[in-house]
Design a binder for this molecule. Structure first.
Ligand SMILES: NC(=O)c1ccc[n+]([C@@H]2O[C@H](COP(=O)([O-])OP(=O)(O)OC[C@H]3O[C@@H](n4cnc5c(N)ncnc54)[C@H](OP(=O)(O)O)[C@@H]3O)[C@@H](O)[C@H]2O)c1
Length: 342
């Protein structure tokens, strides 16, 4: 999908995604799933309400200010999940959507996710029940992008595809996606949805300078070929690529994705810092710009307006080919696991 000269966009006409050439800005809109018009960068809201991120209710005001700052800067795409804070992230978004409506503001595009717990075996009822609970928490009557959170269902992908299709046919969901799916799983889901006339909108995978696996396996290229948007989660490696954490000041425990010792990351961080200075942007903007240059929509988390505005500086410029090669040389590939097939 997305953007730019060095993006390996093998099939620009693929259904569901409009490719944008050139430099993405906050005003750029990409069309995903054939009908959602989203900014080239999204915001992840796992930290909003979840104890992994040590959320406390008194943080709500900062989150509300973050939400406003992002939309003022042109970013209109947010990602949550039913399990983030056991529904609290969706409830927070519900409060923010209500406030936006009372102010007459255009609501942003909000994506959420269904977790296929092993005990959820009856379909489509399990999915529809969870979906309606998410809608209730967010106070919406349609979900713009509904994603299968991970490849953990005891039922087949085709059964899940039928359940997603049912949600679309009932008008409860506009577009559908998956997350953590391998190439083969994604292709199967794409095919199963196509039988219902539905385009698979997205595959959300961990992708950053510390996990280039989706690039090296060809997953990103396959997404481009199929017109599936790649949503790159943990693009800041849970804060490790922002410059805030060092060997002497490591991130809090529990940040399990790309959990490398900070000493190992020092050479990469030094180059990122130099590049950030040359472009007069924060280091987090370099990390996010890198993922955009590789044809993904980064889903960076932000906990306060300062972080949000720093991260928004990823838009409006692009890394040079030489800078990308230099960063490639210091990056990590990462691996797969129970949760992460893609
Ligand atoms: N589908 C999946 O399985 C899956 C898995 C993980 C994440 N996700 C999605 O991806 C989103 C983003 O991933 P993530 O939250 O894991 O990690 P991330 O985006 O890599 O890192 C976000 C964290 O980095 C810190 N940060 C952000 N901007 C900063 C800045 N400018 N300066 C300094 N620190 C900054 C903040 O935490 P501190 O301030 O506390 O350091 C922030 O919460 C999630 O919110 C979620 O929507 C999906």
């Amino acid at each position: 999908m997305v953007i730019a000269s060095n993006t390996p966009a093998t099939n620009p006409q693929a259904a569901g995604v409009i490719y944008v050439q050139g430099i993405p800005t906050a005003e750029t809109r990409l069309t995903i799933g054939g009908s959602l018009h989203v900014s080239p960068m999204a915001i992840g809201t796992w930290a909003w309400g979840d104890r992994v991120w040590d959320y406390k209710p008194e943080m709500f005001d900062d989150i509300a200010a973050t939400w406003d700052a992002l939309q003022d800067s042109g970013i209109n795409f947010f990602d949550t999940a039913e399990v983030y804070g056991r529904g609290e992230s969706e409830r927070i978004i519900g409060r923010l959507l209500k406030k936006a409506a009372s102010q007459g503001k255009t609501p942003p595009v909000v994506a959420t996710k269904f977790l296929p717990f092993p005990w959820r075996v009856r379909f489509p009822s399990s999915l529809l029940t969870a979906l309606k609970a998410s809608m209730e928490r967010m106070g919406v009557d349609v979900i713009e992008l509904y994603q299968i959170h991970g490849p953990t269902s005891l039922r087949s992908l085709e059964v899940l595809a039928d359940a997603l299709a049912e949600a679309v046919k009932l008008g409860l969901v506009k577009t559908v996606g998956v997350s953590n799916y391998s190439i083969d799983e994604m292709v199967r889901m794409h095919t199963a949805l196509a039988k219902h006339g539905i385009q698979l909108a997205s595959n959300q995978v961990e992708y950053s300078l510390l996990r280039r696996l989706p690039e090296t396996t060809g997953l990103i290229a396959k997404c481009h070929e199929l017109g599936v948007a790649v949503l790159a989660y943990s693009p800041l490696a849970m804060g490790r690529l922002t410059g805030k954490y060092t060997a002497d000041n490591p991130p809090p425990s529990g940040r399990r994705f790309s959990d490398y010792p900070m000493t190992e990351l020092a050479p990469l961080l030094a180059v990122m810092e130099r590049i950030a200075k040359e472009h007069d942007v924060p280091m987090s903007a370099v990390a996010l710009n890198y993922t955009i240059c590789k044809g993904t929509i980064p889903l960076g988390g932000a906990r306060n307006p300062e972080q949000a505005l720093q991260n928004a500086k990823a838009l409006g410029w692009r890394l040079s080919e030489n800078e990308i090669s230099e960063l490639d040389g210091l990056s990590k590939v990462g691996g797969t696991g129970f949760w992460q097939h893609g």
